[in-house]
Each structure stands twice: as C-alpha cells, then as structure tokens.
Design a protein around this ligand. Sequence first.
Ligand SMILES: [Ca+2]
Length: 129
Amino acid sequence: MTPRNIEQVAQIRSSLQERLNDDEKPFYIESIAEAGIGDVKKMGTQDIDKMLRFFASTEASVEYQENVFAAVEAYLPDYLVSYLANSDFDNDGVTFAEELRLGTNPSVPDRPARSYVPPIREMDGEIDL
Ligand SMILES: [Ca+2]
C-alpha cells in the first residue's frame, strides 16, 4: 500500500470507530452471514465482493452499508479496508468511501452532479427571429 492508502485507511477507521456502540455491532456482523460470510475475522477480498453483491441484491440502505462497515472494520486488515473503500461496485466512478461521504448509495450508479449538457447547435445556420 502507498503512504496515501495508509493515510486513507487510518482516516476511514477513525471516522467509523465512533459510529456504533459495541453492543450494536453484533447485529450488523450477524446480518452479513446471509451473504455467506461466516467469520468476519477471516475475510478476504472475495468476501468483500460477496458483501457488496449482498448490499446490491437486498437494496441495502446507505446507512446500513456504513453500519456494516463500522461493525466489521476492527476485524479487517488495512488492505481490506482499502479494498472496500476503493471498490466501485456500481461502476459509476465514485468509490465506496466517497459514496458514503456524499450520502449516495454505493450499489446504485449516480449521475455525477456536473452532468454533461450537450451544446446547442444551429441546425441550419440561420437564426430564427
Ligand atoms: Ca460507485
């Protein structure tokens, strides 16, 4: 991982750490068992992929996705926090971490705010008065 990744992971961990109480975490950890993730302590990149597919297939809310991330964060090695944070499941060019920051759903492609407006063309070169 690059120094930038390491810094990003540290920032994400600190922002997630205050999100849930310790007694709230088991609920979110148990909820992803349905995705086929039995042991969060042994997760790999394929389990993160499974979790992302699970979020999409269940139309999970942004809040729920962020709560799951907060619940599993302590069990994930840096490279997996980075893998999840930088994933782009919906392929809209906005990463998971960025979607959470913006409050957009990482499972649903978003139109960028600065959408492309096609230039107005004169069809025949004449100006209608
Ligand atoms: Ca995205």
